[in-house]
Design a protein around this ligand. Structure first.
Ligand SMILES: Cc1cc2nc3c(=O)[nH]c(=O)nc-3n(C[C@H](O)[C@H](O)[C@H](O)COP(=O)(O)O)c2cc1C
Length: 472
């Protein structure tokens, strides 16, 4: 019964950045914009409370650890339109948000290209302890050359090699999270003069091509051990990575058909690796503009659209695709070239639809006018109808709602659309799980499932105990 309810449930996540401009570039100019308040803790606490009121699974925070500086080979457009700059660290507000909520999860974006597994794993475990098991990780490989230059490299690592690094990074963190400490390593026993039983702690013993982590993990295991793993791979190596590691996949595609294709491809790849294909949850990026009536929602959307910046969007797409749209004719058809940017974005507008040719200007206009994602505009009933239809058409598990107008878009959604979806029995009226993994996966366990790659790194004795627990 529980599974049946969960499989029909629409998972809700909110998608933000710890800065001003994210996907809907230019809306910072709207007179009601609160985006500049990203640096106030009150902004984050208010957001978290709103999302928990709407029973969202998680708040998701994007990150780009470098400037968007491809357009005209300059970061001027990024500064002018606040495109991921100024940008704060995505992890810092999480403990504070956890203190004012009980159930909401937090997905933070961290790059495998620039972190060290040993220190990164410690940060995530710390957050998992402090949030009581409510942390997720958006695994990214980072696209900007600026991040590479400022984080110790001469130039960007090629696209496919970034994924090879990410794959080894995963092995190293699984060894720390899953393999290093047995469940009963912490004994806290004054009579035996022993806080941790050293026999129950194991060296990570990772000696790879890119990383070396010889010693044991510094942290004792947190509730989830491995944070919930989110990913958004869409290139061929990206899909293979998602199929192996992701527990939830973010989709961004201008068409539902494109999403459906990606969902079926990744589910098939996951099945080929011995994973339950339905255990991967697919969340589609959508921007919802809603109001009590269709007319009011349309007026609100028309008003928003007045402020979007097509040039800013072009500059952002330049960076994501790593193609300088400032130095080419943006009215000529876009052609596929192998860049080290987000390859699938370029593929989508060059090979995605054989009947449609896109120019860079049209791509920017489309992305600007859709507020960076598929846009759904309307009354609560209209929005709910559309979301339900997309769930079926693309075999989705839920949505990643872009917070295009911070402190407005999410409260509108929670006030208007959530009650409608609750009436239809499609979203929760109260949280069912304790941890983010329980809420997202619906398996009743805070731990990675046994068919996941990370579970293979558990020490043998822990595997036996987990099996015993399941058998009981
Ligand atoms: C909803 C969504 C959010 C993303 N957020 C980030 C992000 O915060 N930082 C980042 O570097 N990449 C981000 N990406 C890009 C992905 O990590 C990935 O590079 C992209 O989906 C394309 O995958 P590909 O490289 O396999 O083509 C995001 C992608 C999607 C769909």
């Amino acid at each position: 019964m529980r599974e049946e309810t969960l499989s029909k449930r629409i998972h809700l996540n909110a998608f933000k950045i710890a800065g001003v401009g994210h996907t809907a570039i230019g809306l910072w100019r709207h007179p009601d914009s609160q985006a500049h308040r990203y640096k106030d803790l009150s902004y984050w606490l208010e957001t978290a409370r709103t999302l928990e009121k709407g029973c969202f699974d998680s708040l998701f925070i994007a990150d780009f650890p470098g400037l968007h500086d491809v357009y005209n080979q300059s970061s001027d457009a990024a500064f002018r339109d606040a495109i991921a700059v100024p940008l704060n660290d995505p992890l810092m507000a999480v403990s504070a948000m956890a203190a004012v909520t009980e159930h909401l999860g937090f997905g933070v974006t961290v790059s495998t290209t620039y972190e060290q597994p040993y220190s990164f794993a410690r940060k995530m475990t710390t957050l998992d302890h402090l949030t009581n098991g409510r942390v997720g990780w958006n695994i990214v490989t980072s696209v900007t050359g600026s991040a590479a230059r400022n984080l110790g490299l001469d130039r960007q690592v090629p696209h496919d090699e970034r994924y090879a690094i990410a794959d080894e990074f995963m092995d190293a963190v699984y060894k720390l999270w899953e393999g290093s400490w047995e469940d009963d390593a912490v004994v806290n026993d004054p009579a035996r003069n022993m806080f941790v039983d050293p026999a129950k702690v194991h060296a990570a013993n990772h000696h790879g091509k890119y990383f070396r982590v010889p010693d044991a993990f510094l942290c004792e295991p947190s509730v989830q051990r491995t944070p919930v793993l989110f990913q958004a791979g869409a290139s061929s190596v990206g899909k293979a990575f998602a199929a192996k590691h992701a527990e939830a996949v973010f989709l961004v595609d201008p068409t539902v058909q494109g999403m459906a294709k990606l969902v079926s491809e990744i589910r098939a790849l996951a099945g080929g690796l011995g994973r339950d294909p339905s255990s991967i949850k697919f969340m589609a990026g959508v921007s919802v503009v809603t109001a009590p009536s269709d007319e009011e929602a349309r007026r609100k959307f028309d008003e928003l659209i007045r402020y979007v910046s097509v040039e800013g969007t072009l500059a952002r797409q330049s960076s994501l695709m790593q193609l300088d749209f400032g130095s080419i004719d943006i009215d000529r058809p876009l052609e596929f070239v192998e860049t080290d940017g987000i390859r699938s974005f370029l593929e989508r507008f060059t090979k995605g639809d054989p009947d449609r040719v896109w120019t860079p200007r049209q791509v920017a206009e489309k992305m600007a006018q859709s507020l960076g994602a598929i846009t759904v505009v309307g009354s609560p009933a209209t929005v709910a109808d559309r979301l339900e239809a997309m769930m079926e058409e693309a075999d989705l598990d839920g949505f990643n709602l872009y917070d295009h107008m911070p402190l407005h878009a999410m409260p509108d959604f929670v006030e208007h659309v959530v009650p409608e979806l609750q009436r239809r029995g499609r979203v929760w009226t109260a949280y069912e799980g304790r941890t983010l993994r329980e809420n997202i996966a619906g398996t009743g366990s805070p731990r990675l499932p046994a068919d996941h790659a990370g579970a293979g790194f558990r020490p043998r004795s822990s595997i036996k105990r987990l099996h015993d627990a399941v058998a009981v």
